[in-house]
Design a protein around this ligand. Structure first.
Ligand code: NAP
Length: 219
């Protein structure tokens, strides 16, 4: 694990955001989500963890794990509260969130509360993830939604998991919903725009834009 993150582990009573995503590519919607979570939930740091080999099929072209990692580093470099971890991209097998959370718990011990931040649509599938029940014990969730998203779907899910896994009342607040206007930007749309030679400027950081053009990604 990266040195800076290990240093963080020495502190007590931390609130750490775990920004999970394929980041194919990372864009301003992701960055605004992380910053908003940092402020709204009073997090100490946010660790971006790009998925190496995603557990589910990805629609369209998937850039290499190394390219997605480097683009995430470029995008977050100027923010001192954002870290990026190679923990998933260095794995040569499918990455399951439970394995990442178990590892993070093993290094942070009980010193940190973990908030897994990701897209609401990904969270809606959580009942199909590996070891859902244990995941719910290891972290809280922040579900980022695009404007106009039907939040009732997430509320139904919360009710279902509370009932199915016999979670106590306080665990009812296990999935928080955060609407992010900037999530009108999507990786799928950016990939489509690149294929169609449409502009992508201002949808993602300039450095990321230059990186993907230089490496001819998503053509
Ligand atoms: P996805 O299905 O590609 O994305 C679903 C939606 O969420 C998309 O609209 C996506 O927008 C958005 N999104 C993804 N990450 C986001 C983030 N960090 N912040 C805001 N919006 C985000 O999902 P994914 O990116 O591959 O996976 C999300 C996370 O869930 C990853 O950490 C993955 O490892 C985990 N996961 C785990 C399991 C498992 O353990 N079995 C299964 C599935 C997913 P964009 O396309 O614009 O990013």
């Amino acid at each position: 694990m990266e040195e800076k993150i290990l240093e963080l582990c020495k502190k007590k009573d931390l609130k750490i955001g775990i920004m999970g995503g394929t980041f194919n590519p990372i864009h301003y919607g992701h960055l605004v989500t992380a910053e908003e979570a940092l402020i709204q939930f009073n997090l100490d740091k946010v660790i971006f963890i790009p998925t190496g080999i995603p557990p589910h099929k990805t629609k369209g072209i998937l850039a290499s794990a190394e390219d997605r990692y480097l683009m995430t580093v470029i995008a977050t470099a100027s923010n001192q509260d954002f870290f990026v971890s190679r923990i998933e991209i260095d794995k040569k097998k499918t990455c399951y969130t439970i394995d990442t959370l178990r590892y993070l718990k093993s290094i942070f011990l009980d010193k940190a509360t973990l908030y897994f931040i990701t897209g609401a649509d990904a969270i809606l599938e959580i009942l199909t993830w590996k070891d859902t029940e244990e995941i719910l014990k290891l972290c809280k969730f922040i579900a980022a939604t695009r404007p106009g998203y039907d939040a009732a779907k997430i509320k139904d899910l919360t009710t279902k998991i509370t009932k199915d896994f016999g979670l106590s009342q306080d665990k009812k607040d296990h999935i928080y919903i955060m609407e992010i206007p900037a999530l009108a930007i999507s990786s799928t749309d950016i990939r489509k725009r690149i294929r169609e030679n449409k502009p992508i400027k201002y949808l993602l950081p300039e450095g990321v834009c230059n990186y993907l053009l230089k490496h001819n990604l998503y053509k």
